[in-house]
Design a protein around this ligand. Sequence first.
Ligand SMILES: *Cc1c(COP(=O)(O)O)cnc(C)c1O
Length: 460
Amino acid sequence: MKYISTRNSSKEFNFSEVFMKGLATDGGLFVPKTKPRLSNEELLRFSKLNYQDLAKEIIFLFCNETVNKKELSNIIDKSYSKFSEKSVVKINAIGKNEILELFHGPTLAFKDIAMQFIGHLFDHHLKNIEKKINVVVATSGDTGSAAIDAIRGKDKMNIFVLHPNNKVSSIQRKLMTTVKDKNVFNIAIEGNFDDCQNLVKNMFADHQFSSSINLSGVNSINWARIVAQTVYYFFSYFQTCQLNEKINFSVPTGNFGDVYAGYLSKKMGLPIGKLIVATNQNDILHRAISKGQYKAHSVLETLSPSMDIQVASNFERLIYDVNDCNANKTNKIMQGIKNEKEYLIEEKELRKIKEDFISESISEQELLSCIKKTYENHKMIIDPHTAVGLGALEKINLTDKSIVLSTAHPCKFPEAIKKAINIKSELPEKLNYILNEKENFDVINNDIAEVKKYMLNKLN
Ligand SMILES: *Cc1c(COP(=O)(O)O)cnc(C)c1O
């Protein structure tokens, strides 16, 4: 399978290049030249596999040119060995719908599913390389800890994590800052998540800087993450549906990575009805999908901080798709967004988007009452992000069965859970130690020069 940039289709890349680069040098995102399409026979065969074996089949479709099946099989087995659920994910019925728990990895959020895979994929690619890799990542809370857990202690890698100072939950922060490995560096930026993301983008755009320290990224634009995330759409479908039955997925959304993986699954032939793009009050994607207005407002702090984002990077992949996979046109649109700070989606493209997506935005009050109602009616404590997904589904009121992606363990957000149901959501015992551990992080201004200087200092 060959890949191209969403902004330039003339140059082709293979999976390993796409994985190691993360972002194309023209600023575009990598996409496969054509998406694989599964036959009914293949779907039937896949439906009988356990999670790990299914992952091996699906991911192989995307990397078969540069990673062989045996190597991939090893990578996947190692990636999911630290999960507390044998089948990686867990599915619970809630009325006629299902809750898909994706948070049984080491840092209790769905990001572990892709990040553990990426960590071992790095090991595989660095085997024969001398020079160290420096990973830099911006986080609104969960990406950071998931990336740190995946990369800590590796001798050919360092990881720098930028989080917005005082804007992640205390548990989220402690999961990142109590890690002691010498290759882990936490930076608290005086700004919001979009500022952190911009700093990272700027670092990559500075080719002299990025190549001098062998900079690499693991943010949700990395194609390898998207691919790893398609697996649970397939798995949960097979566990809950008869083949050919249609089901919707409700996906709490920030950077459009997770829900794009659902879209990719649908394009590969999985019988998905609608993908519900569920946002909190940072509703740029809801405005884009319901009204065609893709325009960033300023970021609001909410009870679901991992989705406190205005610029949804992965949305570019959808823009590319609905514009007939025309990279020239996508490039123009992206330049337009950069200059005008706005993209008005034309009717033809919007109609295409609405064939696959429906959106809703959830207020803080709706979020709290969703947690409360779910606890009262089902004795289930859901985290605030999951509540955005479930709340949006209930607001839209679709008749078909749906699966709600449950993206984090409620104990990561004790403040929100307490507010909703006045219960203290306890950490799993094996993580209790982080509460009393010393934290290591440095606070730095939202200033690219200062951040670069800090990094170079640490590397010398
Ligand atoms: C990152 C995150 C999301 C949003 O996922 P995207 O791929 O950015 O849309 C939702 N919930 C939780 C708990 C997260 O950590």
